[in-house]
Design a protein. Structure first.
Length: 328
């Protein structure tokens, strides 16, 4: 097998040739068909997230075909298409797991962080945390749904059912999917991009946004809720200023630059500020059931596996419309 491995934060990934993997009990081996490139991967590669091990193969939006299964896994899964998401393992017995909040597990293992991920030709995953994929999409289109789609869906749900006027800060892989889901749920979308990003704003309007502008602009109406996908702490006070009394601001990323001090009046009048952490298998079941009934347009840019560093650079530089996807 081949893999793009990180040996030290801040260094380019290295293409490596490794022995084909074997599954342990409860695991399966997938031949990777596609793996989307997530901003979390950038945080890992750039050293903004602590890593439990090195070297590590990034990638947690994985679509593949099952080639081998370990003891205790149904042999009939061989040949089936499955998805491997960020949450690769939860302990099942901590307080959070017992409360059906496995996304907050005290002892999780994350794909592409604590165990090797999908920037490779093959990946080993815990069978119980893989997602059956039955949507009639090709692997490149399916891959971004496994994080951009899932974390976007969880963020949308946390924004609340009363969020009719929804702001999206940072119009990348997650936001372009959330915008479509929100529109299909009958909500108005207000998209915020980097200042001067006319192409990104046009893309948002093409996907149904009522309004699109720079993140330094005020929307034409007060928002019921806003989701911040860009990892920029300075957006938090701007989003709080944009939501109505009783509105909610959801931070949808795993990492964000420091939030600057802001006057209490922006939070007053029962505005709320919260974050989203990881995802659950229940989120996946709910989201893919929704996507089966309300098809989403998945905008992608494909790269061969060996150009993973170029894909990361393009994402870092804001040069990707939609999602970057690696294809072995």
């Amino acid at each position: 097998m081949q893999a793009m491995a990180l040996h030290a934060p801040g260094q380019p990934l290295r293409l490596e040739h490794r022995a084909d993997p074997l599954p342990a009990a409860g695991e399966l081996v997938l031949r990777v068909e596609a793996c989307a490139v997530c901003r979390t991967d950038l945080h890992i590669v750039d050293g903004e997230l602590p890593l439990p091990r090195l070297p590590i193969v990034p990638g947690h939006e994985i679509v593949g075909r099952v080639e081998r299964v370990g003891a205790g896994v149904d042999q009939r899964l061989v040949g089936h298409r499955m998805g491997v998401p960020w949450l690769g393992h939860a302990c099942g017995h901590c307080d959070y797991c017992r409360m059906a909040r496995e996304n907050l597990c005290d002892a999780p293992i994350f794909t592409g962080h604590g165990r090797d991920g999908g920037y490779a030709t093959h990946v080993v995953a815990e069978a119980g945390f893989c997602i059956p994929l039955e949507l009639p999409l090709d692997p490149v289109q399916l891959a971004p749904l496994l994080c951009a789609g899932l974390i976007g869906w969880r963020s949308l749900r946390l924004a609340g059912d009363e969020a009719h006027r929804l702001g999206l800060y940072g119009f990348g892989a997650a936001a372009h999917l959330v915008a479509q889901a929100a529109r299909q749920l009958g909500r108005e979308v207000y998209a915020f991009t980097r200042a001067g990003d006319a192409a990104g704003q046009a893309f948002a309007r093409e996907l149904g946004a009522t309004w699109a502008g720079g993140s330094d602009e005020r929307p034409p109406v007060a928002l019921d809720a806003a989701i911040i996908f860009a990892p920029v702490g300075a957006l938090v006070p701007l989003a709080l200023a944009a939501v109505r009394k009783g509105g909610r601001v959801v931070c949808g990323g795993i990492h964000m630059s420091d939030i600057p001090a802001f006057p209490y009046r922006l939070l007053w009048e029962e505005r709320e500020l919260c974050s989203v952490a990881n995802l659950t298998r229940a989120d996946a079941a709910e989201f893919f059931a929704f996507a089966a009934k309300a098809p989403l347009r998945v905008e992608t840019v494909s790269y061969p596996l060996e150009r993973a560093n170029a894909a990361l650079d393009d994402l870092r530089g804001g040069r990707v419309q939609g999602a970057a996807v690696l294809v072995p």
